[in-house]
Design a protein around this ligand. Sequence first.
Ligand code: SAM
Ligand code: SF4
Length: 323
Amino acid sequence: MLRDSHNRIINYVRLAVTDRCNLRCTYCMPENMQFLQRKELLTYEEILAIMRPLAAAGVNKIRITGGEPFLRRDLMHLLTQLSQSEGIHEIAITTNGVLTAPFIPQLKALGINNINLSLDTLQRDKFKQITHRDQFNAVMHTLDNLLEQDMHVKLNMVVMGGVNTDELLDFAALTAHKRVTVRFIEEMPFNGQGHAFSGQQWNYRKILDTLNQHYELQKLEDAPHSTSLNYHIPGHQGRVGVIAAYSRTFCGTCNRIRITPTGGFKTCLYGHDVLNVRDLLRNGASSDLLMHEIQAALNKRAANGVEAEKGSKQWDSMSMIGG
Ligand code: SAM
Ligand code: SF4
């Protein structure tokens, strides 16, 4: 079992399979984002070579993210291999939904039922403003298909003051007839320096206050390592949640580590890469050495995201982090 320096068990890896994206969400990356060369990315063999010892050490959940994961060639091949990996009990995916719909039957066949879909507005024009691409209809098509095919969908909405805060109630209203969990996420500064971070105008309390003014939110019991505070609105089919991603209220129970597209190993979203597993593998490291280095990094893990942030001078794009 992997444990960190604060005795937290680590059983969840978030893996960014690419830095590339077919959208340019202003809060995530600049329009002229410089993407990595293919040889810099972890290969699928390298991903499996790192996941095997991690799974043997108790990691049983992996989230595939990016960039946009469905842009990575032969993603289904990687997912098939991961689904057959001993010890991995849950594979989840975070996607923007532009290219996702045709893959749903294959995902289901692999037992991949948990999809986080990013959607920050219910208005086509505003979608184009936020993402710089006219792909709203494609994303809505994916949402409908996911729900029709009984997938478990969490809709991630990044709350941006003055941009989409007029839509909080519209998003909550979606849960009336759709079996979806809408999660309102505090904006974080990981924007690749493209657009000025608006600061914490809308923290989780203000989001909850706004929802509470209109709805009688009923608190649900949160899962042990949940990053979201979860609620039910009486009579609604779905749920709502709020993720205090910038306030960082949930660090005390954090069970996750991150691997970036280039093999950077992060013990905290807000911290630097503390190791590079790609370089270790390309230098011939054995599984034992990899796990030794990973444990050594976990032995120095910051207590929380505020401590991890100290000394960070620039904010990478979330697509480079494994958000
Ligand atoms: N492209 C996929 C997507 O958008 O779902 C996966 C990668 S994206 C980096 C993962 C999640 O990070 C998305 O839900 C996105 O909204 C969120 N995200 C990106 N930048 C963020 C920021 N600056 N603050 C808060 N959330 C952010
Ligand atoms: Fe792409 Fe996801 Fe970043 Fe938007 S949030 S630019 S969809 S990686």
